[in-house]
Design a protein around this ligand. Structure first.
Ligand code: DQA
Length: 142
């Protein structure tokens, strides 16, 4: 089985983007780490986009191909009702959707303390660096 690991805006800059907040590893390092974390019989596909419509199309694809989702919506977390509505389609299809964040948004600026996604996600993992994705994968693959 395959998990879609979807990342929103500016996460393509991981490695050089605010390393004091997000660490110095990049998205390719994340994809490599996920290979090692996947239990027998599971694979994951890591994608990143700065484009809200592309992210929404990928959530629709998750529904159509019946794939569980690990979603780091990045800044869309805080204001996108369109991504939220697409996330609902995933969970209503009976597929898990785990919201992840590398940092702990609750410990940061006030605008990061609201998520449009959390209330419709299966669960949320935040604040553990790339381990947030490892924990989300463990939750999905159980
Ligand atoms: C983030 C937290 C968001 O507030 C921020 O906009 C991001 C990354 C994280 O992974 O910690 O781009 O989702």
């Amino acid at each position: 089985r395959s998990v879609l690991v979807l990342n929103g805006p500016n996460l393509g800059r991981l490695g050089s983007r605010q390393p004091e907040v997000y660490g110095s590893a990049d998205l390719a390092d994340l994809a490599e780490a996920l290979v090692g974390w996947a239990p027998e019989g599971w694979t994951s596909e890591v994608r990143q986009t700065d484009d809200e419509s592309e992210l929404i199309a990928w959530l629709h694809e998750a529904v159509d191909t019946r794939r569980p989702v690990i979603l780091n919506p990045a800044a869309f977390t805080h204001y996108s009702y369109a991504v939220r509505d697409a996330a609902v389609l995933v969970t209503e299809a009976g597929l898990p959707l785990v919201e992840v964040h590398i940092s702990n948004p609750h410990a940061r600026e006030s605008f990061r303390q609201h998520s449009t996604i959390s209330a419709v996600a299966t669960g949320v993992v935040a604040g553990f660096g790339f381990d947030s994705y490892r924990l989300a994968l463990a939750a999905i693959t159980g």
